[in-house]
Design a protein around this ligand. Structure first.
Ligand code: HEM
Length: 127
């Protein structure tokens, strides 16, 4: 396996860990579990998401396919920002449980959209 493939594997592993952790934290949010406030639960997602983004940036550099040049990468960046904002509403900033659950569902849908865009390399919207 060459370096690019290894970096892609790190990216994919981070993707799986990121969404699994987000779904678990969403469940803890819904049942109002104190586990959501545990220190490792707060720190680990930052480490995973840093790996996800760092691997993405290395692949962007190595493949010379850049956001704002390749539309599927541009969409990934914007959708990632949407996922982060919705995610913080879902797990932290949402004032009521209902708002947090709606934001959580939307976050998971945005994440699924990012995966579809990544696999198809097409933004799936009219540009
Ligand atoms: C939550 C965020 C993200 C998810 C869920 C995600 C998901 C994926 C998936 C599933 C693949 C594999 C595609 C394949 O097998 O062909 C992939 C590859 C890739 N992603 Fe991401 N990604 C995310 C964020 C990003 C960001 C922000 C960037 C850069 C702007 C990025 C850049 C890339 C690149 C360059 C590849 C390699 C494509 C290739 O050479 O095959 N990703 N991503």
């Amino acid at each position: 396996m060459d370096l690019y493939q290894s970096i892609k594997l790190i990216h994919l592993a981070s993707v799986v860990l990121s969404i699994s952790g987000f779904i678990l934290r969403g469940y803890w949010m819904m049942i109002e579990s104190p586990l959501l406030q545990a220190k490792p639960v707060k720190i680990l997602p930052h480490i995973i998401d840093t790996c996800l983004l760092a691997s993405a940036l290395v692949m962007v550099y190595m493949s010379a396919q850049y956001p704002f040049v390749q539309s599927w990468l541009t969409i990934k960046v914007f959708a990632l920002v949407a996922y982060i904002i919705l995610g913080t509403i879902a797990l932290k900033r949402g004032k009521t449980r209902q708002v947090r659950i709606i934001a959580w569902v939307l976050s998971v849908l945005v994440f699924a959209y990012i995966v579809v865009v990544a696999l198809s390399r097409a933004p799936l919207i009219i540009t």
